[in-house]
Design a protein around this ligand. Structure first.
Ligand code: NAD
Length: 433
């Protein structure tokens, strides 16, 4: 099938590349000329494991193209995926300006039937809104389906290639059949394609993210209680995760969730609910707990070093909102670093992939180290914010040698508290003893 994926970000680029990999002819389109030029030059604008090789192969085999020409790409495709951003608006709702701009481009440029697929995360009612927009602008036939995306940055290709399920919100048999054909290669192992009405498909994405965010905030609250009563959240996690009704995913206590999805989607769901007169007590609490959690690492610094941090320097390990990505959107590291700087401290930061992205926000307010160990040289403490695997393999003896004072604040419970203390560290984790 000929496909245009409009919006070539973390989602659009992965989705487009994976559809090319299964034999479709895909054009990834973006208004960002710099991004498209990079891709045409063979460079990948984001860090996502395995993506570069997959892009190279599909470009070389003549199935994957990049373009800034939205109109031309729509004319040359049967299926148009909308994968542009839906950032948080001023009132917390999802801002649909990019989605509706693309819908208008499709309406103006289409010269025959088009299947329009809403891949972006959009509030309930957007499918209907896009249909209305298209109806105003074209006499040609079209179908609009909602097809929310559940991939995780850092494991995006695997998630897309082997989804737990594919959700399709469709009101048209023709559109459903086209979507089933497109996704058939990804569900050979028997995973379901769930066809439902568009509103339920739209809602499914928000419900999934709200549930995952709830588990994280719940465990962060448990961690606070554990710390207060002298229990260890890691033991509690094992104790409850083994319960088949609960399971292990998303039970790690930490420095709070960030990223481009959970914060904005939780807020947008609350906004949609309130627009429909529904109270959201759980969702509001999930968000409030997370906002508080993002300040916890700084609170731990103050507990050890006091409020005035002038003359102190802190090594921050990990900047991205989670490992295996360079995405800095809503990253807990930013909240910590801003608080440290405001209290007069200096910061030396290291992240394996996210330093260029961090520079866009923090510029030269912090020093950037070339390696995890170099960041430690002469620092008063190390604060681990993102649990990159390479940090797990570093010998704490090395850490101790390089730090001015052996203080480790472990925002992801990577190290063993007992071992660290035996080695002479002042060590604190999240909810551990
Ligand atoms: P992103 O910001 O990385 O990419 C969006 C891209 O759209 C940008 O490159 C931007 O230049 C482009 N764009 C904006 N307006 C355009 C237009 N009129 N025409 C062409 N291109 C245009 O965003 P993302 O992280 O890929 O997220 C996209 C959507 O997918 C969002 O709704 C998000 O909530 C959802 N989503 C994201 C993830 C994730 O892990 N990032 C996972 C699931 C769903």
């Amino acid at each position: 099938m000929k496909i245009a994926v409009i919006g070539t970000g973390y989602v659009g680029l992965v989705v487009g590349t994976c559809f090319a990999e299964t034999g479709n002819r895909v054009t990834c389109v973006d208004v960002d000329e710099r991004k498209i030029k990079m891709l045409k030059d063979g460079k990948v604008p984001i860090y996502e494991p395995g993506l570069e090789e997959l892009i190279q192969r599909n470009v070389a085999e003549g199935r994957l193209f990049f373009s800034t020409d939205v109109e031309e790409s729509i004319k040359n495709s049967k299926v148009c995926f909308i994968a542009v951003g839906t950032p948080m608006g001023d009132d917390g709702s999802a801002d649909l300006k990019y989605v509706l701009a693309v819908a208008r481009s499709i309406g103006k440029s289409m010269d025959g039937h088009r299947l329009v697929v809403l891949k972006s995360t959009v509030p309930v009612g957007t499918n209907k809104l896009v249909k209305e927009e298209l109806r105003k602008l074209t006499k040609h036939e079209f179908d609009v389906v909602s097809n929310p995306e559940f991939l995780k940055e850092g494991a995006a290709i695997d998630d897309f290639m082997k989804p737990d399920r594919v959700v399709i919100g469709s009101e048209s048999a023709r559109a459903t059949q086209m979507m089933q054909e497109l996704y058939a290669p990804f569900v050979r192992t028997g995973k379901p394609i769930l066809v439902m009405d568009p509103a339920s498909a739209e809602m499914t994405k928000y419900a999934a993210n709200a549930m995952l965010a709830t588990r994280i905030s719940f465990m962060n609250e448990m961690a606070r209680i554990c710390e207060a009563v002298g229990a260890d959240v890691n033991e509690v996690r094992k104790g409850i995760g083994t319960d088949a009704r609960i399971g292990f995913p998303f039970l790690f206590a930490g420095a709070g969730y960030g990223g481009s999805c959970f914060p904005k989607d939780v807020r947008a769901l609350a906004r949609t609910a309130s627009q429909h007169g529904c109270e959201t007590k759980i969702i509001d609490a999930v968000e409030a707990v997370n906002d508080r959690q993002k300040h916890l690492l700084f609170e731990k610094v103050v507990k050890i070093f006091g409020k005035n941090l002038a003359g102190k320097r802190f090594a921050v390990w990990g900047l991205a909102f989670k490992p295996k990505t360079d995405d800095m959107r809503e990253a807990p590291s930013l909240v910590l670093i801003e608080a440290l700087l405001k209290a007069g401290a200096a910061v030396t930061a290291f992240d394996p992939e996210a330093i260029p992205e961090t520079k866009k926000t923090l510029g030269d307010q912090v020093r950037y180290a070339d390696s995890a160990l170099k960041a430690l040289e002469g620092a008063d403490a190390m604060i681990l914010v993102t649990e990159w695997n390479e940090f797990r393999n570093i010998d704490p003896e090395e850490v101790k040698k390089l730090l001015k004072t052996p203080v480790v604040i472990d925002g992801r419970n990577v190290f063993s508290p007992q071992r660290m203390r035996e080695m002479g560290f002042t060590y604190t984790g999240i909810g551990t003893r």
